[in-house]
Design a protein around this ligand. Structure first.
Ligand code: 6PG
Length: 470
């Protein structure tokens, strides 16, 4: 065939697929994309940088034929059945040794199933988490690949070229066996939910002190120049300034408070329960999005229940600092819970997730990127098998410096009736985690009392049962 041969193919030319492919082209790879929708293939070609090799086609078979062997192709289609449908239509077109990547937010158990299914046919299937949204996809996302190591080596140069870079290091690394890439991305999203919830609570707590959108912008902008520096704080600062083009209001003030979700946060909570590992701030973030949907009930409840009479009477500057510390604390705890989940999953699910690499990959390009990840990178360098980041001395120092103000904020929120479940949950988790002897000896006694479930003693090994109350 006289036609040119392409280095990489993309199935699904939505915003993410198109931008990732254009990013590859910008790095010198010749790329081809397939989408049944001709407006999307057209949009791909017209957005290409001059001098790059980019082609859009409306036939899957045409794209597959034009790929260099072994073929390397990615699909970016909605999670679930669409991924299976694409796989089925690809199978007759592929040859042994080809590499198929699912770059969407698939559940890792689906990825495991697909890896096995395609392995039987001699085809490498990889689940890869991609984070960074539309802009990140084009200019440098964070990429979380897992699965077949041999297949990873084939696509590594491309992924390294297109990924975000931090200190010259690419934000992509092999993150473990089988479904590990999608698992790491799922936990990334759980942490994303958690940090977003905490930021929304900080917003509510600052509004309580009378800050308007301009002042909120300034506070978040300043925070983004300090130890809270992160993508989510940065965009939050911008959001306060955005004007609504339909009214003279700020856009934020006319956005409904019902939050949407596509399911990855819920999966993180569900899979954490399965392991089990405790991620209560993530659970809380998922629950709060659910409560946000109860709009009609909340309106009724707001009329039924009065707010407490207590008012915030802390000087504004002091309050801003206290909320800053509570947010910083909550964010540290969010990462700690997500990373503890990865540590546990790595062992329990035999995924062999290298935590030091996962944290490095998150330092740039992704939604949860922050300067804190640099501290975590150092912590894992010193102790790669750390079960919980809270056991690191440098993290402990950060926690200690924020804890007093966190307690003040939680107490104030309780007194004034401000919903701050994420921050409260982070504090409750921390207080339980740092408790040498929890009151769960009583739970054990109760279990044995009514159900003869037995208990262990602190002085003699073995299991014991008592006939209680006699
Ligand atoms: C990312 C994001 C991305 C997406 C979330 C949104 O890393 O780029 O996590 O994957 O924005 O899936 O999830 P919800 O719609 O559930 O909030």
């Amino acid at each position: 065939m006289a036609q040119s041969v392409f280095d990489f193919g993309m199935i699904g030319l939505g915003v993410m697929g198109r931008n990732l492919l254009l990013n590859m082209a910008d790095h010198g790879f010749s790329v081809i994309g397939f989408d049944k929708d001709s407006t999307k293939t057209g949009a791909l070609e017209s957005a290409a940088t001059a001098g790059t090799t980019v082609k859009g086609v409306a036939e899957l078979a045409t794209m597959v034929q034009l790929l260099e062997r072994p073929r390397k192709l990615m699909m970016l289609v909605p999670a679930g059945q669409p991924v299976d449908d694409v796989i089925e239509s690809l199978i007759p077109l592929l040859e042994k040794g080809d590499v198929v990547i699912d770059g969407g937010n698939s559940h890792y158990t689906d990825t495991l199933r697909r890896v096995k299914y395609l392995r039987e046919k001699g085809i490498h299937f990889m689940g890869i988490g991609v984070s960074g949204g539309e802009k990140g996809a084009r200019t440098g996302p964070s990429i979380m690949p897992g699965g077949d190591k041999e297949a990873y080596e084939k696509v590594k140069p491309m992924l390294e070229a297109i990924s975000a870079k931090v200190n010259g290091e690419p934000c992509v690394a092999y993150l473990g066996r089988e479904g590990a890439g999608h698992y790491v991305k799922m936990v990334h999203n759980g942490i994303e939910y958690s940090i977003m919830q905490l930021i929304s609570e900080a917003y509510a707590l600052l509004k309580q002190a009378g800050l308007d959108n301009d002042q909120l912008h300034k506070v978040f902008k300043t925070w983004n120049e300090g130890d809270l520096q992160s993508f989510l704080i940065e965009i939050t600062a911008d959001i306060f300034l955005q004007k609504d083009d339909k009214t003279s209001a700020r856009l934020l003030d006319v956005i409904s408070d019902k939050a949407g979700s596509k399911g990855t946060g819920k999966w993180t909570s569900q899979d954490a329960m399965e392991l089990p590992v405790a991620v209560p701030v993530i659970d809380t973030a998922v629950a709060l999005r659910t409560i946000s949907a109860y709009k009609d009930e909340r309106v009724q409840a707001a009329a039924l229940y009065k707010s407490p009479a207590a008012q915030l009477n802390t000087p504004v500057d002091t309050w801003i600092q206290q909320v800053h510390d509570a947010l910083h604390f909550g964010i540290i705890i969010s990462y700690a819970q997500g990373l503890a989940m990865l540590h546990q999953a790595s062992k329990e699910l035999q995924m062999e997730i290298p935590l030091p690499e996962a944290v490095k990959v998150w330092r740039g390009g992704c939604i949860i990127r922050s300067t804190l990840l640099e501290v975590y990178t150092q912590a894992y360098k010193a102790a790669p098998e750390l079960p919980n980041i809270l056991l690191d001395k440098n993290i402990a120092a950060l926690v200690e410096s924020a804890i007093t103000n966190t307690r003040t904020v939680v107490a104030q929120a309780a007194q004034t009736g401000t919903a701050a479940a994420g921050i409260m949950s982070a504090l409750a988790y921390f207080d339980a985690y740092r408790t040498e002897r929890m009151p769960t000896n009583l739970v054990q006694a109760q279990r044995d009392y009514f159900g003869a479930h037995t208990y262990q003693r602190i002085d003699v090994p073995g299991s014991f049962h008592t006939v209680w109350g006699e």
